[in-house]
Design a protein around this ligand. Structure first.
Ligand SMILES: NC(=O)c1ccc[n+]([C@@H]2O[C@H](COP(=O)([O-])OP(=O)(O)OC[C@H]3O[C@@H](n4cnc5c(N)ncnc54)[C@H](O)[C@@H]3O)[C@@H](O)[C@H]2O)c1
Length: 439
């Protein structure tokens, strides 16, 4: 393919050299004349293992050229990768100046371009910035609209400095966001020789994927360091501990728990997090991330309660009282806390849970119920069908069996469904209204 790459920094130079190595005809464009002359002479503008050899080889083979002329580069391209910087302003927000400028340049060049072009952003940017600081200036400068004359795609880069070339050729996947599928497919063609899967999605999801990944990576480092500090305080080798920790690929290093939905609860998680908080005070170590987990969960539960506020005059039926499906353990269950809040606010609430029966619980479970929901017998409904038929709003807090799902499906019509657990897909139910907390 004929490809141009705007911005030849860490991401752009690696992208340009690697695409050329894959057999594409690449033109690299930058506003920095020194950078251009370094690349033109077969040198890498910065140190990155393996990059200089790729630059030299592909410049010599004429598969990689550089230019300061945006118009000429656009004229010769069917696909343009944009890799300009998106640095922070003093307040932490993204400085859009490079983005805006490159958008205006590309937009002007598009004016005289009869072919449709795909503009694929590799720069990291938030969805609102993409629209405001890139798509709008391109539209204004070109006089063309997205989908006719040009398409915008987002193709986030996951390379790490220090192993950028290796990471480029061996990504976990190639993510491409676009409005039109054809535009995404054009970007995907550039990576045809990769064995990694190409995942097509929408523009906003592709933008946020990069932020979700980076914040998770930061979270992992901070978590490992906090566990390390705690381990040291107990005289435990944190490396031995975390080596064991990562061997659990069922729950620890896995997709488990990574599904936005209802708050967590249960007798273990909450209790153990509280114990760590107390221990950190005792041992005089500060663990802000671990402490924030409970606060974040509490805040999430408050958000869930707030979502139900408009239904104060309706009959609410909550399906799922225990902290997760298939257990009758209600200790520290977020659903109990939610029901308690609703009862205090005088909402009309009914509750059903397939694994729970107020008659059969005893010990700490019973004590918990009596303490937090003393009038529970007035709320309890022993059959799901009875509950579904009595209420205006169905609230789902945990996963359901196939049979239960079918019952909810049949009873959803004419009712509002608030699906905290994302039991259903949006559009799956014939509810008058279907809502969730994180979607
Ligand atoms: N560095 C990384 O490891 C990494 C990894 C993934 C994503 N990213 C993202 O990729 C983007 C680029 O990062 P970087 O580290 O390569 O930045 P960088 O500052 O190293 O490079 C940006 C380049 O863009 C050039 N440029 C600016 N305006 C231009 C214009 N109008 N036309 C042509 N070139 C122009 C600059 O001269 C510079 O060479 C950022 O959004 C960053 O967040 C970076």
């Amino acid at each position: 393919m004929n490809i141009s790459v705007f911005g030849l920094g860490y991401v752009g130079c690696v992208t340009a050299a690697c695409l050329a190595e894959m057999g594409h005809k690449v033109i690299g464009v930058d506003v920095d004349a020194h950078k251009l002359s370094l690349i033109q002479s077969g040198r890498s503008p910065f140190y990155e293992p393996g990059l200089e050899a790729l630059v030299r080889k592909n410049v010599t083979a004429f598969s990689l050229r550089v230019s300061g002329d945006a118009d000429a580069a656009i004229r010769e391209s069917e696909l343009v990768f944009i890799c300009v910087g998106t640095p922070s302003k003093a307040d932490g927000s993204t400085n859009p100046r490079y983005l805006k400028k490159v958008a205006a340049q590309i937009g002007r060049a598009l004016k005289g371009h009869s072919e449709s072009l795909v503009l694929a952003l590799r720069s990291t940017l938030l969805p609102d910035l993409l629209e405001r600081e890139f798509m709008v200036p391109v539209r204004q400068a070109s006089g063309k609209v997205a989908g006719k004359g040009f398409d915008v795609a987002v193709n986030p880069e996951f390379l790490r400095e220090g192993s950028a070339v290796k990471d480029f050729f061996d990504p976990p996947f190639v993510a491409v966001g676009s409005e039109r599928r054809e535009a995404g497919e054009c970007v995907a063609r550039a990576y045809k020789s990769f064995s990694a899967p190409v995942v097509q999605t929408d523009l906003r999801t592709a933008c946020l994927l990069k932020y979700a990944s980076n914040s998770f990576h930061g979270l992992k480092v901070a978590f490992a360091n906090e566990i390390g500090i705690l381990a040291k305080a107990y005289g435990v080798d944190s490396h031995v501990l975390l080596k064991l920790f990562v061997q659990d690929t069922k729950l620890n290093i896995s997709p488990a728990y990574l599904k936005p939905g209802f708050a967590f609860g249960g007798s273990c998680l909450s209790k153990d997090l509280k114990a760590l908080r107390a221990a950190s005070r005792r041992m005089k170590v500060t663990l802000p991330l671990i402490e924030a987990v409970r606060q974040s969960n509490q805040l999430h539960l408050d958000r869930c309660a707030k979502m139900l506020a408009p239904f104060s005059r309706k009959k609410i039926g909550l399906v799922g009282l225990s902290f997760k499906a298939d257990t009758d353990d209600i200790r520290e269950s977020p659903a109990v806390a939610l029901v308690q809040k609703l009862v205090r606010r005088k909402f009309k609430v009914k509750v059903y849970d397939r694994s729970f029966s107020p008659q059969s619980i005893y010990g700490s479970n019973r004590a918990f119920l009596e303490r937090f929901l003393p009038n529970f017998s007035r709320l309890w409904v022993s059959e799901l069908d009875t509950l579904l038929q009595q209420v205006d709003v169905i609230v789902l807090t945990q996963s359901l069996s196939e049979e239960q799902k079918e019952r909810v499906r049949q009873n959803a019509r004419g009712r509002v469904v608030v699906d905290f657990a994302r039991v259903f897909e949006p559009g799956e139910l014939e509810a008058v209204e279907y809502r969730g907390i994180c979607w």
